[in-house]
Design a protein around this ligand. Structure first.
Ligand code: PXL
Length: 279
């Protein structure tokens, strides 16, 4: 069996079960060696705490890339998430261009917004830069808010499939080859993901759990990436990641003290089985 090594670029939120503290265990459970490029270090994430520290690592990125070039270190996949600055996005593109092996996949989660709003600290300038990253990606995983920001589309809470089709077409016109649009819900009881690839749609619908929790996007994108890199099709990886994320949300939702993240750890065994990791 070929042993795959990928790179993930996202922040270290020391507390809060998001970004690297979620991506690393999930990708390990999928049997994938994962190198990291931290975009920033925060005391905790920005979604619901009253404050946070933020150490921007933008200027480390070109130095690390140069060193990897010297060592001839390259990756079979690159998966990007929450990034620390608009300027950093250009550096991340340099990393993708020079360190992703030929035929490797660039998976971009344009993590910057949810529920109709940008995350704290991001602005239009950041969205403009994120468009450049999306243009170069093989697969993007936006939620509806991110899709609207990237395509200059009005964010609607209630929509129909014509609206969703319009978003998908505009996203592919930006340059992304495959789009996994998350949180697509046409009624009160269900939600799902749409996989848009080569002009075809696949909609995986599942139960919607009201309340939601923080960090589900990172759990989803990490499980999707792990399943895809292990050889699943985009549609199968999208379904596997949705089933796993749903189980994690179901396990977390009753615990009011655990508003800040998803209790995914006890469910990793389920993911290992679903992805079929064995030696
Ligand atoms: O889960 C996305 C995310 C990642 N990293 C940081 C965040 C958020 C969402 O709020 O604040 C620092």
């Amino acid at each position: 069996m070929e042993y795959k090594r990928i790179l993930t670029v996202q922040d270290i939120s020391c507390v809060g079960q998001c970004s690297l503290t979620v991506a690393l265990p999930i990708l390990s459970a999928c049997g994938i060696e994962t190198a990291i490029l931290p975009s920033a270090v925060l005391s905790n994430h920005t979604g619901g705490f009253s404050g946070w520290t933020f150490a921007d690592l933008t200027e480390e990125i070109p130095k690390i890339r140069e060193q990897w070039v010297k060592e001839n270190i390259a990756f079979e996949g690159v998966y990007t998430g929450y990034l620390g600055s608009a300027k950093q996005i250009d550096y991340v593109l340099d990393v993708v261009e020079s360190r992703l092996v030929k035929g490797g996949k660039f998976i971009c989660d344009p993590a910057m917004a949810d529920n109709g709003r940008l995350y704290a600290g991001f602005d239009e300038n950041f969205v403009d830069s994120m468009r450049k990253l999306v243009k170069n990606a093989d697969i993007i995983l936006p939620n509806i808010t991110e899709a609207c920001l990237l395509t200059n589309t009005e964010y609607l809470e209630n929509y129909d499939n014509t609206y969703i089709d319009g978003l998908l077409e505009k996203l592919t016109r930006l340059g992304a080859k495959t789009v996994i649009l998350t949180g697509v819900s046409y009624d009160a009881d269900t939600t799902g993901v749409v996989v848009y690839e080569n002009g075809g749609h696949y909609y995986y619908k599942h139960k919607k759990i009201s309340g939601g929790c923080h960090g589900t996007g990172d759990v989803y994108a990490s499980a999707f990436t792990g399943a895809l890199v292990q050889g699943m099709s985009a549609a199968d990886a999208a379904k596997t990641a949705a089933d796993f994320t749903l189980s994690c949300i179901e396990y977390t939702i009753g615990d009011k003290d655990h508003w800040y993240g998803v209790k995914f750890e006890p469910l990793l065994g389920e993911l290992i089985k679903a992805v079929g990791v064995h030696v």
